[in-house]
Design a protein around this ligand. Structure first.
Ligand code: ZN
Length: 304
């Protein structure tokens, strides 16, 4: 019997941009892709290259003034809050990355499967300004495109990055068709906005508390909301050895977190798109290991 694959992996070497000395490890993307190939979980044929989001697609979320700053590489007050340098290569990578999340969402919706984006998750970008390493909110752009093009109607964002998905929360604040959920460290960046449901965890929260809170809220809320797309923001920064994080999850805890979301989606046959978001472990290999596991669990769950 042949194995039916209901997943796609979105990746491009163009995500490997030079952002100078910085805590954000752009080299993680190629390492994750290579691990998946080496482990025999995917072949080159499973990998799809993203195409850049169009100006029209970006404007579904972002203001024209802000996009104009980005396109002209102007370090305005709107742009400077990214805490990143700006260059043609960097702006192009973010726009391409929004295209990658669009592709992941499109595949998931059209094939009732899973789009694994080895990239994306830039949830701190607001309509009119950058924030916290995020220029373009690829999550929001992809959701708006998907709804406009009729791929899906009701979207549930499960944001498990250590930091609150503040940009995404604001963008969908008045949109009842998109449910934003965020579980994060309360006493950390950013200034909190209001998601549809927030869990702000205390410093040093461990596997037990994290998983107890996640399981208390997410499956029942998913049952109630009945999304036709789940967008999973699978940040690796709740890991105990993260440079920017103050939670204390183990790799096993993070794996169980991933399984809760991925298995829910696979069992209920709800399209799933995954983006990687943050991850700043002191040892880069830990971030790569955690996020390779996330991708691997999804690939296995959607290969029957
Ligand atoms: Zn983060």
């Amino acid at each position: 019997m042949s194995v039916q694959k209901k997943f796609v992996v979105i990746y491009t070497d163009k995500y490997l941009v030079d952002i100078g000395p910085h805590v954000f490890p752009t080299q993680k993307y190629v390492m994750i892709k290579n691990h998946l190939l080496e482990q025999g979980l995917i072949t080159e044929k499973d990998i799809v290259e993203p195409v850049p989001a169009t100006a029209e697609q970006l404007l579904l979320v972002h203001t024209s003034e802000y996009l104009d700053d980005l396109q002209n590489l102007r370090m305005t007050p709107r742009v400077i809050r990214s805490e990143l340098p700006i260059s043609r290569e960097i702006v192009d990578a973010y726009i391409l990355c929004a295209g990658g999340t669009i592709k992941a969402v499109e595949f998931a919706c059209k094939h009732k499967g899973c789009g694994v984006h080895i990239g994306g998750g830039f949830h701190h970008a607001f309509p009119g300004h950058a924030e916290g390493f995020c220029y373009i909110n690829d999550i929001a752009v992809a959701i708006r495109v998907a709804k406009k093009d009729g791929w899906c109607e009701r979207v549930f964002v499960v944001d498990c990055d250590l930091h609150q998905g503040n940009g995404t929360a604001v963008i969908f604040q008045n949109d009842p068709s998109v449910f934003t959920f965020s579980i994060h460290q309360e006493h950390n960046y950013p200034i909190k906005e209001k998601s549809d449901f927030d869990i702000g965890l205390p410093d040093f929260a461990d596997d037990e508390l994290y998983l107890k809170e996640l399981s208390r809220v997410v499956p029942p809320k998913l049952d109630e909301f009945k999304p036709d797309l789940i967008l999973y923001v699978a940040g690796a920064d709740p890991y105990k050895d993260d440079q920017l994080g103050g939670l204390r999850l183990s790799k096993d805890g993070l794996r169980r977190r991933d399984e809760m979301i991925i298995n829910y989606s696979a069992e209920k046959q709800i399209p799933l798109a995954i983006v990687l978001a943050g991850g700043y472990a002191y040892d880069l290999y830990d971030t790569v290991d955690i996020q390779t596991t996330t991708c691997a669990l999804a690939i296995k769950a959607f290969s029957h």
